[in-house]
Ligand binder design. Structure first.
Ligand SMILES: Cc1cc2nc3c(=O)[nH]c(=O)nc-3n(C[C@H](O)[C@H](O)[C@H](O)COP(=O)(O)O)c2cc1C
Length: 226
């Protein structure tokens, strides 16, 4: 395999070892310096028109977290009841959150009024603001991984519920609840794959040239260095 430079090697290693964590949180506190670096990393993400439309709300209060967890479990139940019997059986074995076991919850929000009205690059695509928040979340996730800190994204909630819980002003949307903290270990394989819910697809059918779905086979499959 072709050798890559050490920086690329480090980046690929973080990308490949990153996991969504639900069960491996130790509950130990996060070193404030480490948390500060991770948040700065998130805040360095690209954003449409440099609008940086995100905020990070740190939730350590146990009562607030218990309230959120109860809500998440009721949404889990709603999803469970929507499944056919086979899928239901598989889903029953899957954890979808580590809200109380993690050290901290971080609610990441989107404020469409940030930098408005003339957000450069958003006049035709309103969602570009939301994309920017997702990039901040991915930055956070990768920085945390580089610091050996686990992150789990929870989306089993109603936006109005979470907005109320953390006091969001009108118009500001919650985009994610992230469970974050030290972990015992990182699994090598995503939980959803290990537990037979969904597997990662190979890349080749998802690379086209010129027009959607037109695969000319010219893309070389490579294995990333770990
Ligand atoms: C937008 C988004 C929402 C997600 N919501 C949840 C969730 O509610 N519960 C959960 O356990 N995992 C959630 N995940 C994590 C995915 O299940 C996970 O990223 C995927 O299975 C691949 O595993 P990996 O991140 O370990 O590679 C979410 C991920 C994303 C990007």
């Amino acid at each position: 395999m072709e050798r890559v430079n050490p920086l690329a090697q480090a980046v690929y290693s973080v990308v490949l070892t990153r996991r969504d964590v639900r069960s491996q949180f130790t509950g130990e506190p996060i070193d404030p310096q480490v948390l500060g670096r991770i948040l700065q990393g998130a805040h360095s993400a690209p954003s449409v028109g440099m609008s940086q439309p995100w905020d990070f709300i740190l939730v350590d209060d146990v009562g607030q977290r218990e309230t959120f967890r109860d809500h998440v479990l009721s949404e889990r139940q709603i999803f469970l009841e929507s499944l056919d019997p086979t899928r239901r059986e598989t889903f029953l074995g899957i954890r979808i959150e580590g809200i109380l076991e993690s050290s901290l919850g971080i609610v990441v929000t989107y404020d469409p009024s940030r930098g408005s009205p003339a957000v450069l690059g958003r006049h035709a695509i309103a969602d570009a603001g939301l994309y920017s928040v997702c990039l901040a979340i991915e930055n956070l996730w990768l920085c945390a991984q580089a610091e050996s800190i686990g992150v789990g994204w929870v989306s089993f909630y109603r936006e109005e519920f979470l907005a109320e819980l953390v006091g969001l002003p009108a118009g500001v949307r919650p985009v994610a609840w992230l469970c974050i903290g030290p972990v015992s270990h990182f699994e090598a394989t995503p939980d959803l794959e290990r537990l037979n819910w969904q597997s990662r697809r190979p890349i080749l059918p998802h690379v086209a040239r010129g027009r959607y779905g037109e695969h000319d086979g010219l893309f070389d499959i490579v294995t990333l260095p770990q």
